[in-house]
Design a protein around this ligand. Structure first.
Ligand SMILES: NC(=O)c1ccc[n+]([C@@H]2O[C@H](COP(=O)([O-])OP(=O)(O)OC[C@H]3O[C@@H](n4cnc5c(N)ncnc54)[C@H](OP(=O)(O)O)[C@@H]3O)[C@@H](O)[C@H]2O)c1
Length: 319
């Protein structure tokens, strides 16, 4: 199998930008559909990247986008939906995955890489996010066979320049008046760097030992959420008392904050945090990748100051 061009669905987002960059470095050109080309113009600096405004929910348009690609990578995902009945999650995760798999078949694409998440579980996931991610993952693996080689990736929370984890907490801490009541403070994470995630995708494209597999991607260390938020405050130079909210207050915060237009935290996020976000078998070493630590990477971009946080916030509010 040759890898000339890859179509990246969801390629204009945080992970997609880093991945497109990495693929271009590997000599692979990328086609990135987006709903709003104007917002993704930053990608145009990459010489072999084709940015196309398109509706990927339209099956015929999706098939045409996939045609001529050596692989399709599906990164589309949302953390919150406009409503609260799960239909937004289902559309973005399950229905779009079905369409992407069909488009691969119709366009004769043999390789499909699917972005899932640790905690994705179609049956037992407590949140809409986790159940729909689990359903999508199951559909992708069920499609693995003679005409399609599928790999599913399950990362923990992903960090790096432009992330919506450390940057979002830094922005929220900055707005807090001294005390920061943190919901679900004991939730556990094993953050993984976006550079390592991008490299894992790039290396897996041609590695047959990853075909039909579900690969967990995680960093070198596990943390409770409160440790990560206190660390964020320290790195961003913010003197805040990060206070662990009890469960009743976490639920109340989720209900209230979920009503804000950009939903910094929602009830679905609260439910997701009841499941540990840590790996049982980290695939990165097996791919020859030595995972980068939070401490080695985060100070490099979090210390960027108010303007950096403001830009991230504006971007999050627009989604
Ligand atoms: N970031 C993390 O910490 C993390 C952790 C675990 C798993 N993941 C998974 O990794 C993937 C990428 O995450 P990310 O942080 O890069 O997300 P992101 O920055 O929000 O980007 C999401 C991308 O998906 C597209 N998209 C979103 N909703 C869509 C919809 N309804 N229809 C069509 N396209 C839609 C957007 O494209 P346009 O707006 O340009 O059309 C955007 O490029 C997601 O599947 C996510 O669940 C992320």
């Amino acid at each position: 199998m040759r890898m000339d061009r890859v179509c990246i669905l969801g390629g204009s987002g945080f992970v997609g930008r880093h991945l497109a960059n990495r693929l271009v470095q590997h000599g692979i050109s990328a086609r990135v559909p987006t709903r709003r080309r104007e917002r993704s113009r930053h990608l145009l600096v990459l010489p072999t990247l084709e940015l196309i405004e398109a509706n990927i929910h339209d099956p015929a348009a999706l098939t045409e986008l996939c045609r001529g690609s050596s692989a399709v990578i599906n990164l589309v995902g949302i953390l919150n939906e406009a409503g609260s009945d799960g239909s937004g999650f289902r559309r973005a995760h399950v229905e779009l995955t079905e369409k992407a798999l069909r488009a691969c078949r119709e366009a004769g694409v043999q390789r499909y890489l699917h972005m899932s998440a640790l905690g994705a579980d179609a049956e037992h996931g407590p949140s809409h996010y986790q159940r729909t991610k689990g359903e999508a993952e199951r559909l992708a693996l069920a499609a693995h066979g003679t005409d399609l080689d599928v790999t599913v990736f399950r990362p923990s929370v992903i960090f790096g320049p432009g992330d919506s984890f450390f940057n979002r907490f830094a922005a929220l801490l900055r707005m807090a008046p001294g005390v920061f009541p943190l919901p679900t403070p004991r939730a556990r994470f094993q953050p993984v760097s976006v550079g390592d995630v991008a490299e894992a995708f790039a290396r897996s494209l041609l590695r047959e030992d990853t075909f039909g597999e579900r690969l967990e991607l995680a960093g070198p260390q596990r943390y409770e959420l409160i440790e990560l938020v206190r660390y964020t405050a320290t790195v961003a130079g913010l003197r805040r008392l990060v206070y662990p909210s009890p469960d009743w207050l976490s639920r109340l915060q989720a209900r209230v904050l979920g009503k804000l237009p950009f939903k910094p935290y929602s009830y679905d996020n609260y439910l997701s945090a009841s499941v540990d976000n840590v790996a049982t078998h980290n695939a990165l070493p097996g791919l020859g990748i030595h995972p980068a630590s939070v401490e080695a990477v985060v100070p490099g971009y979090l210390a960027g100051g108010v303007r950096n946080q403001y830009n991230v916030y504006r971007r999050l509010a627009r989604r």
